[in-house]
Write a protein that binds this ligand. Structure first.
Ligand code: FES
Length: 249
């Protein structure tokens, strides 16, 4: 296999946390240093072509500055909507005379490659606000309660949940299609919902806010929010409004 290693930086050029825009095999790329590890990725968000040059780095992820998609710097995989396709990554080597990079799969390492541990995705945690959650069906339609107290309608509950905004996408959780079911029983309501990705860090905040907006309703004493990753969220669950907001077609 032909080696196409290119020197893209001097050994001490980047401080910890630093980055440099480079070209690798004529492709605009971004070299990022995290601790003693270096990562090189294509400098182009797969959602809508935004350069990632100025995107914040969080742990081992880079965040698109335009709509907030996150990508694993080691694998290029999208960790969060609205991106669904991976960005290209490059092999990186630190040698005595500089930092070298090459397209993945075109070279074999002459020295041990820079470590690039996989990002560990959070386990699909199940968060239950109280001990007992009534069984609910995982459907994208909102189930009507047979024991509706009559004091608050399912539409009221859904409207309340629309107040909860995914802080990364800035779209409410109902239009994103994150709410799978809502069951009301007397003065209690049980919600089953998901996240766009188990790796999205906004999960606890979204769950807390969903519980809060429901318990603010005078007819509700207690809201139970169950988070599930089964079935996983897919973009086709979004409403047209959400698609428009995200520029997602
Ligand atoms: S262009 Fe990057 S998330 Fe939309």
């Amino acid at each position: 296999m032909t080696s196409t290693w290119e020197q893209i930086a001097a050994v001490d050029e980047l401080p910890v946390g630093g980055r440099k825009s480079v070209f690798i095999d004529d492709t605009p790329a971004l070299l990022v240093r995290i601790g003693d590890d270096y990562f090189a990725v294509e400098d182009l968000c797969t959602h809508d072509g935004q350069p990632l040059t100025d995107g914040p780095v969080d742990g081992q992820a880079i965040i698109c500055p335009r709509h907030g998609a996150r990508f694993d710097l080691a694998t290029g995989k999208p960790l969060c909507m609205p991106a669904t396709e991976a960005i290209a990554t490059f092999a990186v080597e630190v040698r005595v005379d500089g930092i070298y990079a090459a397209p993945q799969g075109t070279v074999s390492s002459s020295t041990p490659a820079v470590s690039s541990p996989e990002v560990k995705l959070a386990e699909p945690a199940v968060v239950v606000a109280t001990a007992e959650t009534p069984a609910m069906t995982s459907t994208t339609t909102i189930a009507a309660s047979e024991e509706d107290s009559g004091e608050v309608s399912d539409a009221d509950l859904i409207d309340a949940l629309r107040q909860v905004i995914d802080p990364e996408l800035m779209v409410n959780i109902v239009d994103l299609g994150l709410v799978y079911s809502v069951n009301q029983s007397e003065r209690k309501v049980a919600v089953e919902m998901t996240l766009t990705s188990p790796a999205c860090p906004a999960g606890p905040q979204i769950i807390q806010q969903a519980k809060m907006v429901l318990e603010r309703l005078s007819a509700i004493d207690e809201a139970q929010i169950k988070l599930t990753m089964s079935p996983p969220w897919t973009p086709d669950r979004m409403t047209d409004e959400a698609r428009d907001q995200l520029g997602f077609f």
